[in-house]
Ligand binder design. Structure first.
Ligand code: ATR
Length: 279
């Protein structure tokens, strides 16, 4: 089986996906290609047309096309429909179906080092309410945690996440000041904004003085690998979870949807870290 895969987005010149999927193709014992389709909005219909004609097996789609791609699809997975965003398209017998693998990929990346962290006694604090937060919120809620509260700069954007909830997890919305004040109540704190990303490496979204020992602090920012927030979490005796693992696990899930193969990729977390440090 020779796989035809790729990525559509803009800009994607520095994407790590070709590196990740080339390794996955090898690991799976397959042959294939993962091409970059870089294009601005005017080129999108043309790129899509070419992909349709080439009989692509599937592709990833990233910023700024995660919403607009929906217009070109035949079917949508329920989570992608509810989230209103797609990052993975699968050619299912000639029909294109859209999925969102970010949230579940994030949860897999977290459960790799912390397999027992998410259960019906877990209190979670989500920092941020953008596109990344939406997928993570829905995936965490589906794990059946006790509660997942959302702190964001604009409270109305945080409120907009609440309808994504399923099951019995409780949720409330708060400011960053309130989050700092009640921080000791949480087992897991997930940072989903761009705060702390290179070049603004000295920025930290909230102070961690009230954190509980052995709480886990997770930051989806992966440039730098260890953000100021994660460094500070370690200094307070908390456990940490790095953002680059999410990249790998959302790709693992996409690869599964394209090929039906579940790959053991735990060893690649350190390889990716090395690659990122080398850049
Ligand atoms: P993404 O799709 O990567 O999640 P996004 O949809 O633009 O990006 O969301 C960005 C998130 O980061 C939002 O929660 C945003 O807060 P607002 O909803 O108040 O805009 C948050 N964010 C970005 N820059 C921030 C900053 N300097 N301080 C606090 N929050 C910030």
């Amino acid at each position: 089986m020779t796989l035809k895969l790729g990525l559509i987005g803009h800009p994607i010149g520095h994407s790590l996906s070709p590196w990740i999927h080339a390794k996955f193709i090898d690991l799976a014992g397959l042959t294939g290609e993962y091409k970059l389709y870089e294009g601005d909005h005017t080129k999108l219909p043309e790129v899509i047309q070419n992909l349709k004609q080439s009989g692509v097996d599937g592709f990833n789609i990233t910023v700024p096309y995660k919403q607009v791609i929906v217009d070109y699809l035949d079917n949508l997975d329920r989570d992608a429909e509810i989230l209103g965003a797609v990052n993975t398209v699968v050619n299912e017998n000639g029909k294109w179906k859209g999925y969102s693998t970010d949230g579940e990929g994030y949860v897999r990346s977290l459960m790799d080092p912390y397999p027992d962290l998410l259960n019906n006694g877990t209190s979670v604090l989500l920092l941020g309410a953008g596109g990344a937060a939406r997928g993570i919120y829905r995936a965490i809620v589906q794990k059946g945690v006790k509660n997942i509260d959302i702190a964001n700069r604009s409270l109305d954007k945080a409120e907009a996440l609440l309808p994504l909830r399923t099951g019995s997890a409780k949720s409330k919305v708060m400011s960053f000041q309130e989050a700092e004040q009640y921080l000791h109540e949480y087992d897991l704190i997930i940072q989903t904004t761009s705060v702390g990303m290179k070049p603004n490496v000295e920025d930290q979204i909230i102070q961690l003085d009230n954190i509980r020992q052995n709480a886990v602090v997770s930051d989806i920012v992966y440039q730098p690998i260890t953000t100021k927030l994660l460094q500070n979490a370690k200094e307070h005796g908390a456990l940490i979870h790095h953002g680059h693992a999410m990249l790998l696990y959302q790709a693992q899930l996409a690869f599964e949807k394209w090929t039906g193969k579940h790959l053991d990729i735990a060893h690649m977390v350190d390889e990716l870290e090395e690659k990122l440090r080398g850049e």
